[in-house]
Each structure stands twice: as C-alpha cells, then as structure tokens.
Ligand binder design. Sequence first.
Ligand SMILES: Cc1cc2nc3c(=O)[nH]c(=O)nc-3n(C[C@H](O)[C@H](O)[C@H](O)COP(=O)(O)OP(=O)(O)OC[C@H]3O[C@@H](n4cnc5c(N)ncnc54)[C@H](O)[C@@H]3O)c2cc1C
Length: 388
Amino acid sequence: MLIENKQIAIVGGGPGGLTLARLLQLKGANIKVYERDFDKHARVQGSPLDLHHESGLAALRKANLLEEFKKHYRPGADKMLIVNEHAEILFSDHETHPEENFGCEHFRPEIDRGPLRNMLLESLQPETVVWDSQFVSMEKQNEGWLLHFKNGSTAYADIVIAADGANSKIRPYLTDIKAFYSGITMLEANIYDAEKATPEIHALLNGGKIMAFGNSKCLLMGSKGNNELGFYVSIKAEESWAANNGLNYVDKEQLLTWFKQEYAEWSTVWHKLLENTATPVIPRLIYCMPLDQTWETQANLTLLGDAAHVMPPFAGEGVNMAMLDALELSECLTSDKFKELKEAISDYETTMRKRAAMAASESLENGQVMHSKDALNSMLGVFNEHLK
Ligand SMILES: Cc1cc2nc3c(=O)[nH]c(=O)nc-3n(C[C@H](O)[C@H](O)[C@H](O)COP(=O)(O)OP(=O)(O)OC[C@H]3O[C@@H](n4cnc5c(N)ncnc54)[C@H](O)[C@@H]3O)c2cc1C
C-alpha cells in the first residue's frame, strides 16, 4: 500500500476530514486529525444536513457506519413545505413522504451536525484527533511537512490533507485560486425551545423543513434536535453588505426592525423568528470556487470538501461532496492501481474537480432561481415534478 508506514495529517475535523480518517484507519493507515476546536464538546453550528444515497450515505456504508447513522438521524426531518410570504402552503409532501427506506436512491435522511460529528469521532481510534490545533503554517521537512499550530506546537507528517473548510489555510500551498462571491448573503439564526417560543411556525414545520418565497427574497427553516429551530434569512446583497449595513447582530430589536423593512410585504407571522432568535445572528456570505479551477498535483499534499470546492448551499451537496471526496481519496490512496502517490492523488483530484464543478453549477443556478421574482412558481415546479 502506497501509504504504508506514512504519517498522514488531516487538518480539520469536519465531516470531510473525520470521514477520511475513519476510512483510512479501516485500511490500517497512521492518521492524526488536527482540529482547531478546543475539545470534542465544542458546539457545531449550522443547519441539519441531508445525506444522499450516492455520496454521503455511500461513504458511511463504506465506513461501516450506516447502522450507527440510523440511531442518530432524524426520521421525517426531510419533509418539506413550500409557502408564500403569507405562510400559505402551496406544496407539502407530509402526506406523500416516502418510507424511511435506506435502499431507495431518493431517500435523503437528515442528521444534525453535532450527532454526525460525534458519531464519526466515536468511530476513530483513541487519540486520533489532536484538539486545540489551529493550523497556521507549514514548511517542507525531509520528504514531508512540518506543521505549525497557533498554540506553538508542531507536528511532522509525510502526507498532509487539507479538510479545513471554506477558509482553508492550507489551500494556498497548492493554488492561489480564490472563491468568488455568489451575490447572496444569508443570516443564520437559531431558536431554542421552539415549541414555546414560536408555536405557530413550530406547528407548521411539524418536524420538517419550510422554504418561503416572495418578492425575490426567501426564508429557509428547519426543525433540529433538542426542540431547536434553525432559520436563514436569505437575500441578494453586495459582498460588503453584511459588514457595512450598520446592523448589530446581537441586537434582536434592531434586527427585527430591519426585517420588517426588508420583508415589508411578508406576513407578521415571520416576525416571531427574529423576536425569539438566539444571538448573535451570523451573516454567511455565500461563496463558490471557480468551476474551471485546476492546479498542479503534489506528491504529498491534497485537499477535500469545502477547502477544495466551497459552493453555495442551494443543492444540499456541500457535505455530500466532502464525504464522497473522503471516500474516493481513501480508495485512491490505498489502491494497488497506482505506482506513486502523486499518480493516486492526481486521479482523485481530477475526478473530484469535475464532480464538484457539476454540483456547484447546479447550486449556483438554484441560488439564482430561489432569489428571483418567479422563485415561488419555479420551486413549485421543481418539487411537483419530483413527486411524479
Ligand atoms: C449557510 C450554509 C448552509 C449550508 N447548508 C448545507 C446543507 O443544507 N447541506 C449541505 O450538504 N451542506 C450545507 N452547507 C455546506 C456544508 O456545511 C459544507 O459543505 C460542509 O460542512 C463541508 O465539510 P468540510 O468537512 O469540508 O468542512 P467544514 O465542515 O467547514 O469543517 C472544517 C473543519 O476544519 C476546522 N478548521 C478550520 N480551520 C482550521 C485550521 N486552521 N486548523 C485546524 N482546523 C481548522 C473547523 O473547525 C472544522 O471543524 C451549508 C453551508 C453554509 C455556509
């Protein structure tokens, strides 16, 4: 095996990095994951994730974790409502929602980010993850790399794999190509004790998700575990808007006033979201890597997930691509097909770039549609077609 007796450093313990660590450990590789979070109790933010048959779930199957996943996913959380700005339901699959069938290629079970991370962490050998290790730089040493972390520690690795997300600090060692702004900014927010705080919206959600469209704007929300509700206020905006709009993201009243102006045509039902949100609300500027990106392969350095191909979240592919990258990279690194590591990495990178570009293109397109004047009708068309 090409990676026999090699020390592998995966930088970043997100879904991509941890899935790779698990898959490579199953093949007997020497793995350390360097993660900037202080410890395993760090709170993982963000929306629940739906895993797809041919990517996220395929990686879990290969990692022998599908049965464990079944204990932690949230049945029914993928049920969908599409509503207009007045919260009138125009599409619902709550009645026709398919059985929880892991054999069906259209079944996309949802899992919260925390339980997904815990499940992957539990599957690793003890001491695999080195917490509180924020990567800052590295230099060549012997045949490999010497990595430096913010806390002053260092580590040697023969092979480095960047899984450190959209703002990867390792990516520049491979390429100068940067992500471009998609024109969309989302305000990410969370409501605790949603049943009590926002009973109307909680009842409408009924354990699933809602997409609301009106006047070229949208609101996306979904129920999470622990009776929480996550939502995104999603608008077209200049790249500088989030920094220069004068909003104080910990001031709920100010945010509500802004929402009432920006979403003036929308029902007052939605005001409850901002009235009850936990703070700070987090602005997420949505970026995408150029679809034609390429770089020269190196023999002991590569990248996966958002570090390789950050993309807008409007096709639900981000985590699925990251986990499929992990699956394909693990297979290339442990295959007998290649004579040299560089060849194995090149094979992985070529396939990964093509696949990610297709997903990113779909996601960019969806983002435009979802923020267009005709968003509601277009999305109804897509979802009704799906039901056929
Ligand atoms: C608003 C929004 C909504 C989204 N919704 C969805 C969705 O519904 N479905 C979907 O599939 N995807 C969604 N995504 C995308 C999805 O979150 C990512 O594609 C996915 O998390 C990528 O996984 P990853 O492992 O590559 O990176 P990440 O999940 O970003 O993990 C990176 C890890 O690296 C660590 N790290 C970062 N820097 C360093 C450093 N210097 N040193 C050490 N460790 C470091 C981080 O702490 C983190 O643990 C969304 C993204 C956004 C912004």
